[in-house]
Design a binder for this molecule. Structure first.
Ligand code: ZN
Length: 305
């Protein structure tokens, strides 16, 4: 479930994606309507494929913290509060099992199961987009934490020198350094201080993609920016991997389109922090893109079954 659209996939019990649909999340219509829309879409999908609803189970990823009992306190983007999303959907689907979890955690599970983390059982998943998100899988299980905030690495404070305040109220959160927004903000700062001209100056609406493209092409300001911002991420990943010791770190989100270049920069920072060589985590790019959450939700559903 996202703030503007909800993606719904029908999977076989072997985990094969058979069909998918995307419907608008009509937030303004209220929670009841949104859940009715989702239930109707699930009924259509199962009918289209001749599946009996009573044979199905449902997993869902929701944009907010959700605890292990399935309770969601607040989902700001959906304007929904104080309820059990799984229970609510199950009641609209004749009581079939529905398990809900946080969307980043569910995406992490999807990447472990059928994406960049395939073959691994424990992983740290990092999404780099307009914000920085994360999820942790240990022994094939989501680490929810007491409040459903497990793996939420984006608001760890990494840079006490950052003058701007983060939208969470913090200062120098990872989100402010390694997100698309953070990269653009820091690129502008480096440009203002640069002694040599930069290819970035020609952009009226500079994006993080422009910065990565220019860095790959050898632009000094862009290279400095990427190295500076990703340095915080590499250090942060090193810190987190000391605690959870995952087999693999999977990097996804819009910025991961920068590919191996991005992975190498982050890895080179990560490995600066001393650790026994054989204890270093592998680094992989995410593979499922925007479908990761759907795959993870399917995996949750299979666990429920
Ligand atoms: Zn923050």
């Amino acid at each position: 479930m996202g703030g503007t659209t909800t993606k719904i996939g029908l999977f076989s019990s072997e985990g094969k994606l058979m069909d998918k649909k995307e419907i608008p999340t009509r937030v303004a219509m209220g929670r009841k309507s949104v859940f009715q829309d989702i239930a109707a879409c699930i009924r259509t999908l199962t009918q289209d494929h001749g599946a009996a609803l009573s044979d199905c189970s449902v997993g869902m990823g929701v944009p907010g913290p959700i605890d292990e009992t399935g309770y969601a306190d607040v989902m700001v983007n959906l304007d929904m509060y104080d309820f059990y999303p799984g229970k609510e959907l199950s009641e609209l689907l004749e009581g079939i099992p529905v398990k809900a979890a946080n969307d980043a955690n569910v995406a992490a599970l999807g990447e472990m199961w059928q994406g960049g983390g395939r073959g691994y059982k424990s992983l740290l998943f990092v999404t780099l987009g307009t914000g920085v998100g994360g999820g942790i899988i240990l022994n094939e299980k989501i680490l929810h934490g007491a409040h459903g905030l497990g793996g939420e690495i984006g608001h760890i404070w990494v840079n006490p020198d950052e003058p701007e305040t983060c939208n969470c109220g913090g200062h120098g959160c990872l989100d402010q350094m390694a997100s698309a927004t953070g990269i653009v903000r820091n690129a502008k700062r480096f440009m203002a201080k640069a002694e040599k001209p930069s290819a970035l100056e020609k952009f009226d609406n500079l994006t993080a993609k422009d910065v990565f493209d220019a860095a790959k092409a050898g632009d000094e300001v862009a290279e400095k920016t990427v190295d500076y911002c990703m340095g915080f991420l590499g250090k942060n990943i090193a810190d987190v991997t000391y605690v959870i010791d995952p087999e693999v770190v999977v990097i996804g989100g819009g910025l991961s389109k920068a590919g191996q270049y991005l992975l190498d920069v982050v890895y080179n920072h990560y490995k600066r922090y001393p650790k026994l060589k054989k204890c270093l985590s592998d680094f992989r790019l995410a593979q499922l893109g925007g479908d990761a959450g759907m795959y993870g939700a399917a995996r949750l559903a299979l666990e429920e079954k």
